[in-house]
Design a protein around this ligand. Structure first.
Ligand SMILES: CC(C)(COP(=O)(O)OP(=O)(O)OC[C@H]1O[C@@H](n2cnc3c(N)ncnc32)[C@H](O)[C@@H]1OP(=O)(O)O)[C@@H](O)C(=O)NCCC(=O)NCCS
Length: 228
């Protein structure tokens, strides 16, 4: 499913069920979840299985994927990737650098956010947008989709910039025809090597099988075209 919203250069693996656990985790991964609750252990395990499937698709060794700084998964040199899991869905995507420079995915159940969460994660303009979209396209839970886009922004932005964005740092707009979204980043990133500031990310979204899935993949060609 998620391949529909990512370029062909990105290798994807997803699962709607958990894989049988024995033999999946490397010992150093298993240690990380040995005291975790069962749901966490199972999502972690299936996501690692997905990650290795995706690495294998790229022709890379199926290495352990351990958490690095602030939880960001550590990928082999020359590779970047992203992981998501929610009830009924796990996925991992990977791509080769330097062709791809930023990659982030997120999945959420296509259900309303709990009471009060929209107000906590959305800018006033975004809250108005969600209310308008709710009236025009009621089939999609726009509040949850907005949340998911921000999670995808965070996961693509942090490994590249080292900046941990807050929810109010990204201002999201949707294109309904192309199922695209744009995140205007209110804290532009200035690459240390010079070049234009990065202040915008483009992503895509999908509503299917009771899930909302979002993805951002920035190629080096697109990055150099980002102005700001
Ligand atoms: C880290 C975070 C984005 C994860 O999203 P989530 O919807 O809760 O959970 P998901 O299952 O989709 O994703 C979890 C995976 O994200 C990845 N992840 C965690 N921290 C990460 C980081 N700093 N950078 C990139 N990826 C990260 C991990 O692979 C994790 O899975 P794992 O622990 O099994 O390896 C979220 O918990 C969080 O901290 N959000 C607050 C910050 C934020 O979103 N700001 C919005 C900015 S616009």
């Amino acid at each position: 499913m998620i391949e529909h919203i990512l370029p062909h250069s990105v290798a994807v693996s997803e699962s709607f069920d958990d894989v049988p656990e024995p033999g999946v985790l490397h010992p150093e991964e298993a240690r990380l979840v040995e005291n975790a609750v069962e749901t966490r252990r199972r999502e972690f395990t299936t996501a690692r299985w997905c990650a290795r499937q995706a690495l294998t698709t790229l022709g890379l060794p199926a290495v352990p994927i351990l958490p690095g700084r602030h939880g960001a998964p550590q990928w082999p040199d020359g590779v970047l990737g992203s992981i998501t899991h929610c009830a009924g869905y796990r996925a991992a995507v990977v791509a080769r650098a330097p062709g791809t420079v930023m990659l982030g995915i997120d999945a959420e159940p296509d259900a309303p956010l709990p009471e009060g969460v929209l107000e906590a994660i959305a800018l006033p303009d975004e809250q108005r947008l969600v209310r308008k979209l709710r009236d025009t396209v009621p089939e999609v839970h726009w509040d949850r989709l907005l949340f998911s886009t921000k999670e995808a922004v965070y996961k693509s932005w942090y490994p590249f910039t080292g900046q941990r964005l807050e929810f109010e740092d990204a201002d999201i707009s949707f294109d309904l025809d192309t199922r695209a979204f744009t995140a205007r980043i209110r804290l532009p990133y200035r690459p240390p090597a010079g070049g234009p500031a990065i202040d915008r990310l483009e992503g895509r979204w999908l509503a299917s099988k009771g899930l909302l899935v979002t993805a951002i993949a920035v190629t080096s060609a697109r990055l150099s075209g980002t102005g700001g």
